[in-house]
Design a protein around this ligand. Structure first.
Ligand code: SAM
Length: 316
C-alpha cells in the first residue's frame, strides 16, 4: 500500500537513445501523439524534459510505452531517472581512444547510456556473469545500436587487470547486484533487479556488502583507471556508505591513490546526498542518494572514486 502511493509519485521516464535521433525529434514525435510540454504529474497528456539528465523525458506515471513504435525500434529506453545518474556521472569522453568497462552490465540500460554518451566512439567492454542475463544484454545492445560495445559473458572478478587488453581502460561503471530495496516502481526494473528485498535481513546485507566491496577493490586494480562510479538501487547504508568507506580505507585505494570525487563532480545540483553518520571516512556530500517516491525516483545511491593525480591533493 505504502509502495503503491510512492509509485504514483514517480513519473515514467524515457531516455532518448541519441544513437538514433535527437531529443527535439523525440519531443516532436510525442507531440504528434498528443503530448504537449507541461507538468506530467498534473496532466495525463503532459511531457517535460528532465532538469538533471540531458535527453531524459518525463511522462505521467501510468503512461505505457510497450506498444510504442519508438520503444520497439530501440529509439527510446525506459529507464528510471536515478538509474541514469551513474553513466552520466562517469561520462567517459566521446573520443576514439577512450576505453571503458561496464563491470556488471545486464540487462544493459546503463551500458547503452554509456555508449550514447561516448557517441559510439572508443570501446566499451560490457561484462555479465549470468548466462541468461547475458543473452538479454546482447539483445538490448543490438536493439539500441551500441556499435562500440563488446559484451563478454564473464565474472568481473576473474578478469585480469594486467591483461594488456584492459591496460588502456580509464573509466569503470560498477552497478553490482544489491538488495534492490530502493525499487518501488518495477515497471522498468522487471529485468534489471535480480534480488528482491527480503526485509533487509542483516546477514544477507553484509554478504552483499562484502561482495560489493570486493568488486570495487578489483576495479581499483586496473592500471590506467581514473574514474570508478559505484551505484546500487539499495537504500541500506550497509551496501552504500559502509562499502564506500571500507573501499576508501582499503590497501587497493591507497596503492592506486583513489579518493572520492568531490560533490561538484557528482551531479552537485542534486540536493539529497549521502549520510555522513554512516561514512566512517570520506565526505558523504560526495555521494548521491535518492529516496523512493520522495524524490520522484526509485531509491538509489551513486558515488565516484577518482585517482589523485600526482601533486594534486583532493579533499576526502
Ligand atoms: N547496470 C545494469 C543496468 O542498468 O541495466 C543492471 C545491473 S544489475 C544491478 C547487476 C548485474 O551484475 C546482474 O545482471 C548480475 O548478474 C551481474 N553480476 C553480478 N556479479 C557479477 C560479476 N562478478 N561479474 C559480472 N557480472 C556480475
Amino acid at each position: 500500500q505504502e509502495a503503491d502511493a510512492r509509485v504514483l509519485k514517480i513519473p515514467r521516464y524515457v531516455r532518448v537513445n541519441t544513437k538514433f535521433w535527437t531529443t527535439s525529434e523525440a519531443i516532436k514525435y510525442f507531440a504528434e501523439k498528443g503530448f504537449s510540454i507541461g507538468n506530467p504529474l498534473e496532466s495525463s497528456a503532459a511531457l517535460a524534459q528532465d532538469e538533471h539528465i540531458p535527453d531524459l523525458l518525463v511522462f505521467p506515471p501510468q503512461t505505457s510505452f510497450q506498444d510504442d513504435h519508438a520503444y520497439g525500434a530501440g529509439k527510446i529506453i525506459l529507464q528510471d531517472k536515478a538509474s541514469c545518474f551513474p553513466a552520466f556521472v562517469l561520462s567517459p569522453p566521446a573520443h576514439e581512444t577512450t576505453v571503458a568497462i561496464d563491470a556488471t552490465a545486464a540487462p544493459g540500460n546503463k551500458t547503452s547510456h554509456l555508449s550514447a554518451l561516448m557517441k559510439g566512439k572508443g570501446k566499451l567492454y560490457a561484462f555479465e556473469r549470468d548466462r541468461k542475463r547475458f543473452g538479454t544484454l546482447k539483445m538490448m545492445l543490438q536493439k539500441a545500436g551500441c556499435d562500440n560495445v563488446e559484451p563478454v559473458n564473464v565474472d568481473f572478478l576473474t578478469v585480469n587487470p594486467s591483461d594488456p587488453k584492459y591496460e588502456p581502460v580509464t573509466h569503470i561503471l560498477l552497478d553490482p547486484s544489491c538488495s534492490g530495496s530502493g525499487i518501488v516502481n518495477r515497471l522498468d526494473h522487471l529485468l534489471s533487479t535480480e534480488n528482491d528485498d527480503e526485509g533487509g535481513d542483516e546477514a544477507r546485507l553484509h554478504k552483499l556488502a562484502a561482495f560489493q566491496l570486493k568488486m570495487v577493490k578489483h576495479a581499483m586494480q586496473f592500471p590506467s583507471v581514473r574514474k570508478i562510479v559505484y551505484s546500487t538501487c539499495s537504500v541500506h547504508a550497509i551496501e552504500n556508505e559502509h562499502v564506500v568507506s571500507s573501499a576508501l580505507e582499503s590497501e587497493e585505494a591507497a596503492a592506486a591513490g583513489f579518493v572520492l570525487a568531490p560533490r561538484e563532480e557528482v551531479l552537485s545540483s542534486w540536493q539529497r546526498r549521502g549520510y555522513q553518520d554512516d561514512m566512517k571516512i570520506g565526505n558523504a556530500s560526495a555521494a548521491i542518494r535518492c529516496l523512493p517516491g520522495e524524490d520522484a525516483t526509485n531509491g538509489f545511491f551513486v558515488t565516484c572514486f577518482v585517482r589523485m593525480s600526482a601533486g594534486k591533493k583532493r579533499m576526502q
